[in-house]
Design a protein around this ligand. Structure first.
Ligand SMILES: Nc1ncnc2c1ncn2[C@@H]1O[C@H](COP(=O)(O)OP(=O)(O)OP(=O)(O)O)[C@@H](O)[C@H]1O
Length: 267
């Protein structure tokens, strides 16, 4: 994504610390997350991986109170999110999810400015919309388009711009690029990682793609059965010794890379 200045986040700013303190959530007899204790340092990019149903989305959504835990607490920079008014809390946190759900009857500019309009009743200034479009590498004249006039990848870029419009320090991403083709997905992942650096964000991203987690995150949390069963830097995970669940997930991209290398060398 582009290198234009984003005027509002101060130089050298860092996203907040996030702490999960014994966070649990059950649905009837299904334990979605089981007494999770984990911390994220300011400015860190954490990827959460794990098989379907392991609790990744549930854990993510406790941060912006889309899901209220049954036990424990989530703190952002030491402050318990349970003490924050949910709408205000959510406005201070960027949230991007699969099939971002742009409002079909609103222009790109209106979609990007929806948070501001709901919060203050004011339309986002067109310069600010332009800066946000620059940031996610979309032409400024896309501001007047309707979502149906954009590709899936372009819509997800608008979703990222919308999430950044409130100048969050913390971004929550739930399979943000999951519905995209592999080339677009790779490009967006790489560009988002650069944005994370540049804006000094803290990012928590749920992904099914271990390669994406290994390539873009500072730390990877592996979930199974509602627990974090491994927590390591990508290089540590690749080196092995982080447990069976982590090993099984790392084996997929490793095997693919080995096969491709063998094909290239005619083996
Ligand atoms: N609203 C709900 N009602 C009942 N059970 C739920 C609800 N939401 C989640 N669950 C259950 O909680 C567990 C964790 O779900 P969650 O969506 O967090 O998993 P996930 O790891 O994000 O899965 P996926 O990768 O498939 O999106 C699953 O067993 C799921 O069926």
């Amino acid at each position: 994504m582009a290198t234009s200045p984003i005027p509002s986040r101060p130089q050298g700013a860092r996203g907040p610390a996030v702490a999960f303190e014994g966070v649990g959530k059950a649905y009837g007899t299904t334990i979605a997350i089981d007494t999770i204790c984990a911390t994220i340092s300011p400015g860190t990019f954490v990827a959460i991986v794990g098989s379907s149903g392991s609790g990744k989305s549930t854990l993510l959504k406790t941060v912006n109170r889309l899901i209220e835990p049954d036990s424990g607490r989530v703190r952002i920079d030491g402050q318990d999110v349970a003490g924050r008014e949910p709408h205000r809390l959510r406005r201070s946190i960027g949230y991007v999810f699969q099939n971002i759900g742009l409002f079909p009857h609103m222009t790109v500019a209106q979609n990007i400015g929806i948070g501001s309009r709901l919060a203050t009743g004011q339309t986002l200034a067109s310069d600010r919309v332009g800066d946000l479009l620059d940031l996610v590498d979309l032409p400024r004249d896309f501001a007047a388009r309707l979502p149906e006039q954009l590709s899936g990848g372009q819509q997800q870029r608008v979703g990222v711009a919308r999430a950044l419009a409130g100048e969050p320090g913390l971004m929550l991403m739930d399979e943000p690029f999951g519905a995209l083709d592999p080339v677009t997905r790779e490009a967006l992942g790489e560009q988002y990682r650069a944005l994370h650096e540049r804006l000094g964000l803290t990012t928590i991203m749920v992904t099914h793609d271990m390669a994406e987690a290994l390539l873009f995150a500072d730390r990877v949390w592996v979930m199974a059965g509602g627990r974090i069963v491994a927590e390591a830097e990508p290089a540590e995970l690749i080196a092995g010794g982080c447990g069976a669940e982590a090993e099984a997930l790392v084996a997929v991209p490793r095997l693919q890379a080995e096969r491709i290398t063998a094909m290239r060398s005619g083996g």
